[in-house]
Write a protein that binds this ligand. Structure first.
Ligand code: ATR
Length: 270
């Protein structure tokens, strides 16, 4: 039986053990997956210990994705650029770091929800680690433009510069949104964690617009409620992204593709 785990802090409420157990049952893979609480500053030691005990791979969540990026011996191109790693693969001679968050977001939007990104005006709210993790796959989906708006203008402008070679990327403060309209708005601010929404113009959404909250919850999130109140045609939370990023990790570790729809349905059912 191969061992995997997710490391983070906090970790008690992580849905990853359940998701990977469902993937394993569905594909007949012999593995166990646990959640491990790691103290700040303790990531490398915890990862070393897990590997020494025969662990085959890890998922990494807040606040250790940058530590995992440093820890990896080798990085995928998308992880390199993201500056963050959510998946470690323990090989016989080295440790590969990858990041499946962006792929998870794009797969949930395009495959599961039928929201095409190509040629759409896309707005990303926030400019933290969660945003860096998804920009390359989002830009690879060829939006007409990608605007990053953040409470702190400078960090959004910096991200726009860093990713500007991959497409038409703009960045700035929330004030750059005045008078603009978007077809797809993705919330990646930590404001959602406290059930708040950044201050947004009332006429932000184009006809038929999609709103996607990278946060998820048992009730509609603050951003999903904002979206419905401001004319969004579709507003969804990020539970599907969570399942899709997990599927990306599972594929890297096991070389098989799990079906995500039944797993998402099981999570939605509680
Ligand atoms: P994460 O890894 O989740 O992205 P982060 O790197 O701390 O976490 O980034 C948090 C993001 O949420 C930032 O874009 C932050 O804005 P600032 O760069 O201005 O700090 C944004 N954020 C957090 N709380 C917010 C709030 N109450 N309103 C608006 N934006 C908020």
């Amino acid at each position: 039986t191969d061992r995997y785990a997710v490391m983070g802090n906090p970790i008690a409420h992580s849905k990853s053990p359940r998701i990977h157990a469902l993937f394993a049952a569905q594909t007949g893979q012999d593995l166990v997956y646990e959640a491990i609480l790691v103290e700040p500053g303790g990531f490398a030691a915890a990862a070393d210990a897990f590997r020494a005990a025969g662990g085959r791979g890890l998922n990494i969540t807040v606040p250790f994705k940058q530590d995992a990026w440093v820890y990896a011996d080798r990085l995928s191109a998308r992880a390199e650029r993201a500056g963050a790693v959510n998946t470690l693969v323990f090989g016989t001679d080295d440790v590969l770091g990858d990041n499946t968050d962006g792929l998870g977001l794009v797969n949930d939007l395009e495959r599961n929800l039928g929201c095409s990104i190509a040629e759409r005006r896309v707005l990303v709210l926030g400019a933290g680690g969660a945003v860096r993790g998804v920009l390359q796959p989002l830009l690879a989906a060829a939006p007409a433009s990608l605007t990053i708006a953040n409470r702190t203008a400078a960090t959004a402008a910096e991200l726009a510069l860093m990713f500007g070679d991959l497409g038409r990327v703009y960045g700035g403060g929330l004030d750059i949104l005045d008078g603009k309209r978007f077809d797809l708005v993705i919330n990646a601010t930590a404001a959602g964690l406290t059930d708040e929404v950044p201050p947004l113009p009332d006429d932000l959404l184009a006809d038929g617009a999609w709103c996607y909250d990278m946060v998820y919850g048992d009730r509609p999130t603050a951003f999903v409620r904002w979206a419905h109140a401001h004319g969004a045609a579709h507003a969804v939370d990020g539970l599907g992204m969570l399942v899709e990023q997990a599927a990306g990790s599972f594929r890297l570790w096991r070389g098989v593709e799990p079906a995500t729809a039944p797993v998402l349905a099981a999570l939605r059912a509680g």
